[in-house]
Each structure stands twice: as structure tokens, then as C-alpha cells.
Write a protein that binds this ligand. Structure first.
Ligand code: ADP
Length: 425
């Protein structure tokens, strides 16, 4: 297997979003959980997305894990590595986007790295270096209240510069609109002035195609699924990858029970939980009791076991920004988040033991904790439930056939849970 493209994703839902985009662009793609073990049988693919859980960990650890993933990807023949970050640039002043980018740039020998989280089809656009979420600048969007990495500055040149050792420049829309040659010339100019990274504006899909063509000639790029789209289209257009339409994925039904877990407190997820109450039993956990001990999860499992035979269920820890802030004030941000993630993983393990084979998880960190606990080594991408959220079929899982959907908190329409279960049979 010689890879045309290798990707390192900083969380699992972002990884499946990217794997989904690459698949839709015609690249045969597999998503692995961590660096694959040598004995994991991977199908013949054009692209691998190595999923890490490195968005909110200590920066040094994020760097060493990303470096190891890059080494594995290069050993499989990929010339270009995309470091996949969130399309809302989720990070703090400590990192981890800047430190990982700096390390991968040093390893690759690239003078300057193109960086863009833009993905216009999901409402993420970048203009004059400022990230917009739909019509709102990032710092006015719901991301300002994120439990782990509240985003208070929409100017990504500033945000990245605070995290990185290198100078950060801008390739603005006027340059992008003039095409790849203009972008190359501008990057060369920035590199000559000592800039090691540049935020690239992108408002339309064609801007991503321009960026993709230029980025492909580099060894490293940093971006969200939108940049994945640009790179994939450039690979197909150049003939380096034949448009394979879709990764071959079995459509055989997995059966078993179905359940949903929500650990995201994003506005979209809160709305989706409320909507799900119309169609399935929903249990809202008490976050304070989750932190107090295992009893709340035992109660939830008993509640679920009584109902699983009759149809899908949903269990949520999610609460509103005010309630999240109050809980964090009492227990600390990281301690509260970690305790709830582990509780959701306990719950997932118990649900699978109780016969669940179709599992929907809302929340990036939450999905990471769940997939790790279930010990699933990788996924193939199936049908698209909502933009950026595919049905995933586990490969090489000890527990046998299983379908999952891993949703970043903000993704999906109001009926997301119902929509997902409809496609997961
Ligand atoms: P998203 O995709 O929306 O960012 P994540 O799962 O990545 O969702 O992050 C949500 C974080 O909030 C996790 O660490 C989760 O454990 C934590 N969390 C979940 N429920 C609550 C709650 N009720 N109060 C505080 N934190 C919570």
C-alpha cells in the first residue's frame, strides 16, 4: 500500500469528518484509531486518517504523538501530511495547533506551512484571517462558551501566533483569487521574510481548490476537512489518484440494539436531544452525581437495559452553558470534563455488553473516550448522515461487527439522532 495522502487528526469525530470528505472526493480512505498495529489488516486505500486524541492534552504529548503518526504515514509512502484540526480552530494559547505544526514543519523541512480551517459548505469561512462560523465571527459564536477551549479571538493570525514559535502571516482572499501562482509567490515572499506559517483565507470551495493545489507541493499542511477537500481534488485532478468513487464497504446489517450517548454541550446537540425526546426514551444524567461516583452510571445502565429490547435510547450528560460553568467552578474544567468523559466510556462499555451494536456518540472528546474504551482499531466510511458525519463500520474490532456515528457537538440538523439511526441498520 502506497498512500497518496496521510492525515493526522487531533480528535476522532474530526477524523471521521475528514475521512468522509476524502471518500466523497473519490479517495479510498480508512480511519485508524491511533497508529495502527502492524497486524491490523488494512484494505487497499489512497488515504489514511490516523485519529489521535490530542486536541486538549498536554502540548508535549500532542507533539510526540503527532510526530510518531507522521513517521508511520511517511513510512507508508505519503509525500504530503495534513494535520487535521477543528474547523473552529479549537485550541488554547498553550496549543495544541501551534506546537504540533512547529514540530511537523521542523521534521518535514518545509519553509512555510499553509493553515486554514475554512470549510464553506459547513459555514466556516476565513476572511482577512478572521474565522466566521456562519454569519458570526468565531468569538461571538457558540464556541465562546466551549467547555474545554472557549474561543475569544476570531483573528487566527493572532491566535496561531500566540501558540507558535514562528511568525504567522496571511494569504488574503485577493491573493487566493488570483490562483496558485500568485499564492506560491506570496508564500515565497513570506518565507523569505522569516514567516513559518500563513493563515489562508477561503470563502468559496474554489478557494480551497487553489489552496489544495499549492499545499500538495509542500510536505505538511494544517487545516480542517475543507483543506482535505482541496487536497483530494488536487490529487484526483493531477491523476495521482484515480477517482475510486467510494471505499468498498459492506452494507450487511449488523443487527443488535441501538443507543445514543451525548456528552457534548454544544447548542446543536442540546437541541437534538430535546428533539429526540419526541421519538425515543431519553435519560438526562445528573453531572454532579456522575462526578460523585459510579452509582449514576449504574442507574443509567439499569434504565437502558430495561428499554433496549424495545428500540433505541439516548443518554445525555449535556447541560447549558450556565450549568457547565457552575459545575466547572466547583470541580475545575479539566477534572469535570475528564470525569464525565470516563463515565460516558463506562456507559458505552456497559451498553455493548448489553447487546448494543449500533452506537451514536455526540461530542468530540466524548467520542474519543468511548472509542478508546471499546478498543476499536479503525473504521471504514459509509453513508453520510449529515455534512461531516458518516456512518462508520468498525474494522478489526475484537467485539465483532459494529456501526458507529461520531458527531462533533455542533454538527447535524435538529433530527440528527433519528437521522443517524435510520441509516444504521
Ligand atoms: P464537543 O464536540 O461539543 O466539543 P466534547 O465531547 O468534545 O463535545 O466536549 C464536551 C466536554 O464537556 C467533555 O469534556 C465532556 O465530558 C464535558 N461535559 C459533558 N457534560 C457536561 C456537563 N454537564 N457539565 C460540564 N462538562 C460537561
Amino acid at each position: 500500500m502506497t498512500l497518496a495522502l496521510g492525515c493526522i487528526a487531533d480528535d476522532y469525530t474530526g477524523a471521521s469528518d475528514l475521512a468522509n470528505t476524502l471518500t466523497r472526493c473519490g479517495l479510498r480512505t480508512v480511519q485508524t484509531i491511533g497508529i495502527p498495529a502492524d497486524d491490523l489488516k488494512l484494505p487497499e486505500v489512497d488515504a489514511v486518517v490516523v485519529s489521535l486524541k490530542s486536541r486538549s492534552i498536554e502540548p508535549g504529548l500532542a507533539v510526540s504523538r503527532s510526530r510518531a503518526a507522521e513517521k508511520w504515514i511517511r513510512s507508508r509512502g505519503a509525500d504530503h501530511v495534513l494535520f487535521k484540526i477543528c474547523s473552529t480552530f479549537d485550541s488554547t494559547d498553550e496549543g495544541n495547533i501551534g506546537p504540533v505544526m512547529d514540530a511537523l514543519r521542523a521534521d518535514s523541512g518545509d519553509a512555510i506551512v499553509l493553515v486554514t480551517p475554512a470549510f464553506p459548505e459547513t459555514g466556516r469561512t476565513v476572511y482577512q484571517g478572521n474565522l466566521f462560523v456562519g454569519p458570526l465571527p468565531l468569538n461571538e459564536s457558540p464556541l465562546k462558551d466551549h467547555p474545554l477551549n472557549p474561543m475569544h479571538d476570531s483573528n487566527l493570525v493572532r491566535v496561531l501566533a500566540r501558540q507558535s514559535q514562528t511568525k504567522v502571516g496571511l494569504v488574503d482572499l485577493a491573493v487566493i483569487a488570483r490562483g496558485p501562482d500568485a499564492v506560491r509567490a506570496h508564500l515565497a515572499d513570506l518565507a523569505a521574510k522569516g514567516f513559518g506559517a500563513a493563515i489562508a483565507d477561503a470563502v468559496f470551495a474554489r478557494d480551497l481548490e487553489t489552496i489544495g493545489v499549492v499545499a500538495l507541493a509542500h510536505r505538511i499542511s494544517v487545516g480542517a476537512s475543507g483543506l482535505g477537500l482541496g487536497l483530494a481534488r488536487a490529487l484526483v485532478a493531477s491523476g495521482r489518484v484515480k477517482d475510486n468513487a467510494t471505499t468498498t464497504i459492506s452494507n450487511a446489517s449488523v443487527g443488535g440494539s441501538a443507543a445514543c450517548l451525548a456528552g457534548s454541550c454544544a447548542q446543536a446537540t442540546l437541541q437534538q436531544i430535546t428533539r429526540a425526546e419526541q421519538t425515543m426514551p431519553v435519560l438526562r444524567l445528573d453531572p454532579e452525581r456522575i462526578i460523585a461516583g459510579a452509582e449514576e452510571i449504574r442507574r443509567a445502565l439499569a434504565w437502558a437495559t430495561d428499554r433496549l429490547g424495545k428500540g433505541p435510547i439516548l443518554i445525555a450528560s449535556s447541560s447549558t452553558p450556565d450549568q457547565v460553568a457552575a459545575l466547572q467552578a466547583r470541580h475545575g474544567r479539566d477534572a469535570a470534563g475528564h470525569a464525565i468523559e470516563q463515565a460516558m466510556a463506562d456507559l458505552a462499555e456497559g451498553l455493548v455488553q448489553a447487546g448494543v451494536r449500533r452506537l451514536v456518540v455526540a461530542g468530540g472528546e466524548t467520542s474519543g473516550a468511548v472509542v478508546d474504551r471499546l478498543g476499536i482499531p479503525g473504521f471504514l466510511v459509509g453513508a453520510e448522515i449529515a455534512p461531516g458525519v458518516p456512518v462508520l463500520r468498525a474494522v478489526g474490532a475484537a467485539g465483532g461487527e459494529m456501526l458507529l456515528a461520531l458527531k462533533s457537538g455542533n454538527f447535524g440538523g435538529p433530527d440528527f439522532f433519528e437521522d443517524a439511526l435510520h441509516l444504521m441498520i
